[in-house]
Design a protein around this ligand. Structure first.
Ligand code: NAD
Length: 512
């Protein structure tokens, strides 16, 4: 996503609050002389500036995390679990404050900020089980007097690079398990909504997390490549757009690091002819326009199979006026603005390109009064029908409140279409036929599948990840795969011998 640069005088910028780094338990102001603007998307006004890390500040953050590692790693499992419980409680008792910060910089409605936070906290709750999660295995008497056991140890300093759309939840996907398993962590949040990262850091410190275990480095590509190439960083978790994910995966692995890099999405919702029209239309509207479509698990494309097309489109059309758009802090709003003006305009351009390429614009978000008259980054909901796979609005990830509809005749065509798309993050099938749904879960080449569930984000004790261009690396995020990602296995073969039986033997060790 490209960030907007609204005109603002230097004097006005100088008076704005500044979001800086969090290194070794305190706020550290950047001396790079560079910053980026932070906006309230509902008003279009710049509210803050965010620092951009210099190479020296990257070194400072890495050094702090490196220094904190030996002590944190040696901290007992009970103490680490206790700290995670306290962090969970700190987040839980500040839900309103965290939610307000998210809405003020991202724009999503407060209920959605609360939802994001709830799902994020579930990842911290999972990490509280670290004494169980980090258990090894033990085999007694594999040979006479010999035992073998395995342990999982932390990697060292690990970094997380996160997108604008979930400024609290996506970092929690990463740092809960990373810290619980004994690593120290550096978060590089999006410059668009950076404040929540600092607030979480402060809450973690109050909860008893030792300084240096969790650090925040604000910045852009310089910070990202500094972290991705740094010899003292053992692993990178990335979530963002596919071009950045691919680049970070390639440069991180080239530098010898473990990397999990989650990318973009274009989630298809397949609707079979027997689906319940009302339930499916409700699901399409909620999953397509919730959080203004700025969710990597949002439904982007509805694939109607056979005759259900016309009644379903009618049912969706009827529901569109119910999507009340406004400032995310207004309890009446169901959908807020988009995150920046530049992004809003890019999303709107797909309505025009769809029209030019022959699609039917059933609802045009540019007709919403807030798009025309407000300084906020608003766009109404759009529904584009008669879309074909060659159109830009089908191929590209739009990441906004735009639902595209592709009509096919058969289930097989729907599966082929979905499987041939560049992205394979999430998908959902809507049907009353259990056999068809079961066949779909077998046939579909996508990492996360919903059956009459439009946004199938796995719970925290499973792992999250797409396929194809939606994920680079072998490891999905959070849950059991997250614990595995942040730890390395060690196997110990042990004997406490009787010195009397000691002898030289040059053969390969055998069990006996
Ligand atoms: P983005 O790729 O622009 O930015 C993500 C992070 O990477 C930010 O911290 C940013 O500063 C940094 N970054 C951006 N471009 C970079 C580059 N070329 N080199 C190095 N660092 C770079 O993504 P965004 O606009 O913040 O977020 C939206 C995107 O994230 C969408 O594509 C969405 O699908 C994706 N996303 C995916 C998932 C998932 O789980 N697969 C979840 C959330 C968001």
């Amino acid at each position: 996503m490209t960030q907007t640069m609204e005109p603002q005088s230097a004097a006005a910028q100088a008076n704005l609050p500044r979001v800086s780094h969090w290194i070794n338990g305190k706020i550290v102001a950047s001396t790079s002389g560079q910053s980026r603007p932070v906006y309230n998307p509902a008003t279009g006004q710049q509210t803050k500036t965010v620092d951009v890390a210099s190479p020296e500040e990257i070194e400072l953050a890495v050094a702090a995390a490196k220094e904190a590692f030996p002590k944190w790693r040696a901290t007992s499992l009970s103490k680490r679990a206790d700290t995670l419980f306290r962090i969970r409680n700190a987040f839980d008792s500040h839900r309103d404050e965290i939610g307000a910060l998210i809405t003020a910089e991202h724009g999503k409605v407060l209920s959605d900020s609360a939802g994001e936070l709830a799902r994020g906290i579930e990842n911290i709750e999972y990490a509280c089980g670290v004494p169980q999660l980090q258990k090894g295995e033990f085999s007694e008497q594999v040979s006479t007097g010999v035992d073998v056991y395995s342990i999982r140890q932390p990697l060292g300093v690990v970094a997380g690079i996160t997108p604008f759309n979930f400024p609290a939840m996506v970092p929690m996907w990463m740092f809960g398990n990373a810290i619980a398993t004994g690593n120290t962590f550096i978060l590089k949040p999006s410059t668009v909504d950076p404040s929540v990262s600092i607030y979480l850091a402060q809450l973690m410190q109050e909860a008893g997390l030792p300084d240096g275990v969790f650090n925040v480095l604000q910045g852009d590509r310089v910070a990202v490549s500094g972290l991705t190439e740094h010899p003292d960083i053992a692993a990178i978790s990335f979530v963002g757009s596919t071009p950045a994910a691919r680049k970070i995966y390639e440069s991180g692995t080239r530098a010898g690091k473990r990397v999990q890099a989650l990318g973009g999405a274009k989630n298809h919702m397949i609707v079979l002819p027997d689906a319940d029209i009302g339930l499916t239309a409700d699901a399409a509207v909620s999953a397509g326009y919730g959080s203004a479509g700025e969710r990597c698990m949002a439904i982007a494309t509805i694939v109607t199979v056979g005759d259900i097309h016309d009644p379903l489109i009618e049912a969706i059309k009827e529901r569109l006026p119910q999507v009340v758009i406004g400032d995310g802090t207004d309890p009446a709003s169901l959908m807020g603005p988009l995150v920046t003006r530049t992004h809003r305009d890019k999303v709107a351009s797909y309505i025009e390109s769809g029209k030019a390429q022959g699609a039917t614009i059933v609802a045009d978000g540019r007709e919403h009064p807030l798009y025309k008259d407000s300084d906020g980054f608003y766009l109404g909901v759009s529904l584009i029908d008669d879309v074909t796979p060659d159109m830009d609005c089908y191929r590209d990830e739009i990441f906004g409140p735009v639902l595209t509809v592709v009509k096919v005749d058969t289930y097989e065509e729907a599966v082929t279409l979905t499987n041939e798309h560049e992205f394979g993050n999430g998908t959902a099938i809507f049907t009353r036929d259990g056999g068809a749904a079961r066949q779909f879960q077998f046939d579909i080449d996508v990492g996360m599948v919903g059956i009459n569930v439009p946004i199938p984000v796995p719970v925290s004790y499973y792992s999250f990840g797409g396929w194809r261009a939606s994920l680079f690396g072998d490891s999905h995020m959070y849950g059991p795969e997250g614990v595995k990602f942040y730890t390395k296995g060690k196997v110990i073969t042990s004997r406490w011998p009787d010195p009397a039986t000691s002898e030289i033997n040059l053969g390969f060790p055998r069990t006996k």
